[in-house]
Design a protein around this ligand. Sequence first.
Ligand code: SF4
Ligand code: SF4
Length: 196
Amino acid sequence: MLETKTLCPDYQFIQEVESYGTFGAEACFQCRKCTNGCPVAFAMDLLPDQVIRMVLLGQRDTVLSCNSIWICISCETCTTRCPNKIKIAELMDGLKEMAIQAGIACPQPQIRTLHETFLKNVRKRGRVFELGFIQKYMFDSGELQRKWNNKELRYDLKLGLKMAAKRRYLFKPSKINGKDEIREMLAYAFEKKNKP
Ligand code: SF4
Ligand code: SF4
């Protein structure tokens, strides 16, 4: 269980969170339907309903440093199940942004590297080139070294070869139209996100 770091409630926290999008977190009545459907709840240190509760209780430090906001895979099961239409998946993304902006160390650094590598790849090519993306991720996250040391790399290579045999990825990046527009969209989103 995650250690609760803020004892004094921060009553501004909910307003700040809701300024990242209209999530409707205040409507939560703790039915736990979100948590009961979450496919990755087993790996979270705060369950989705607990994240919402902590947001409402103004527990800023606990929420922004929990691993749940990074473990969330944005599948939207919780959002679909919530009887109060709370946008939980989007809220998790908003909390990630807040944690980055607050300079809070990510408890799952590989996941942050995965997000960043993905976005860089899309910015460069207009769409993701899977082979280049996974190579860059493996280097930048330190997973290559870790898997090499643990002798796990052969499993990935075996899987990669199987996928190549079934043509599940391309060996060369494909060209797309509208690359500049995609870059502009990303630049706009980034600029908007960083406005005070
Ligand atoms: S499903 Fe909705 S109302 Fe129920 S606990 Fe989750 S966020 Fe709250
Ligand atoms: S969006 Fe995130 S929190 Fe919601 S069910 Fe999926 S993984 Fe769980």
